[in-house]
Design a protein around this ligand. Structure first.
Ligand code: NAP
Length: 345
């Protein structure tokens, strides 16, 4: 089978590097274009990219010349990992030129005609693509998005609870890794020996995205799930892996066993990059931990632990996901696999 040719916008960045790593030897996709800023354009990828991953830069991309972010790239699908200020205009330009754009940026996530997709939870939201094409006058192109990297840690367990018992409200505190800020990211003198109680722009995303993800597609739009989230987002001295502490009230009473079962039995999407267990529930008191659990399911599982009845809320738990894999490049690749499975690309 011939592979889909993919291009990466923001290829030299933290998420762009993950795309290169995860797409090496992918059975459905091959990288044929890499694009980044004027700083990198015209250079070989190996010269332009400050490669930070433990595995070596794939030989298939190291000599590729970095292109500008203009819609003349030699590819069938665009993965975008641009800063959101640049992404808004660029992603629309690519979609208008006929490319399917799979975006990591925040700028289109909450637009009413743009799917905010997690294949295990809301594949039916892909129906928004037709709505989007009509509304924006796109012909073959479109934009789909994956969630904020911290939302990716807690939206799946909330979806599992909402499906079975209904979520009424939640208080969420995130502990986010430094790689979530890109490279070079947070200054070492700010983060070493420290916890930063503010990540610009993060709390509104944590308070709104899960309701859209868990929402129902009906009559050409998404009816958002009817629950409230209050969030605090902290930056912590961890390299990879975002942790969330969640306290939640449910609409229906339920036993702890049923709550655990709702999470463990949440089905896999059955795609190439799907983990066997979408939500892993650990019962040891000291899990999940970023260093021990971020790579569960090749970095694609959500790990939940410390799941107990709570003194004030119905239940509390801790959830963890790998921010540059399940929270970014891996999520986008899974979305692309879903597009292929559904025959949309
Ligand atoms: P990053 O490490 O700072 O990388 C940014 C990339 O964008 C680089 O390739 C950079 O190219 C390129 N770029 C910057 N300004 C540009 C411009 N004006 N024109 C063209 N290219 C430009 O950031 P990142 O962490 O990979 O994040 C990328 C996007 O993904 C952001 O929207 C972020 O919010 C989102 N995201 C990140 C994570 C995460 O865990 N890091 C998770 C989910 C979503 P040069 O190298 O040439 O400057």
């Amino acid at each position: 089978m011939s592979k889909y040719r993919v291009g990466i916008l923001g290829a030299t960045g933290t998420v762009g590097q993950r795309f290169c790593q995860l797409l090496e030897n992918h059975p459905q996709f091959e990288i044929t274009a890499l694009a980044a800023s004027d700083r990198s354009v015209g250079k070989a990828f190996s010269e332009a990219c400050p490669w930070k991953l433990k595995t070596p830069m794939p030989a298939s991309v190291s000599e590729m010349e970095v292109a500008p972010i203009t819609p003349s790239l030699d590819c069938d699908i665009i993965f975008s990992s641009l800063p959101s200020g640049v992404a808004r205009e660029t992603e629309e330009t690519f979609a208008r030129a006929g490319y399917p754009v799979i975006s990591n940026s925040s700028c289109y996530r909450m637009e009413e005609d743009v799917p905010l997709l997690i294949p295990e939870i809301n594949p039916e939201h892909l129906a928004l693509i037709d709505v989007q094409r009509r509304k924006r006058g796109f012909d073959r192109g479109f934009i789909i998005t994956n969630p904020n990297c911290a939302v990716m840690s807690f939206a799946p367990p909330l979806a599992a609870l909402d499906r079975k018992f209904g979520v009424k409200e939640a208080i969420i505190t995130t502990f986010q890794a430094v790689s979530g800020a890109g490279y070079p990211g947070v200054a070492s003198l700010d983060i070493l020996d420290n916890v930063l109680p503010y990540i610009p722009g993060e709390e509104p995303k944590a308070e709104t995205e899960a309701q859209k993800i868990i929402g129902k597609f009906s009559d050409g739009s998404i009816e958002k799930a009817d629950f409230t989230v209050s969030a605090h987002c902290f930056r912590v001295n961890v390299v990879d892996g975002h942790t969330a502490s969640v306290r939640v009230n449910l609409n229906e009473t339920s036993t702890l066993e049923d709550v655990i079962d709702a999470m463990r039995s949440f089905p896999s999407a059955g795609l190439h990059s799907s983990p066997e267990n979408f939500i892993e529930v650990r019962e040891e008191p000291s899990r999940p931990q970023p260093r021990l659990d971020r790579n569960n399911g090749n970095g694609m599982s959500i790990t939940v632990g410390r799941l107990f009845p709570d003194n004030i809320f119905d239940y509390s738990f801790v959830a963890l996901s790998h921010n540059t894999i399940r929270g970014a490049a891996g999520a986008a690749i899974l979305n692309a696999e879903l597009l292929v499975e559904k025959g949309i690309v």
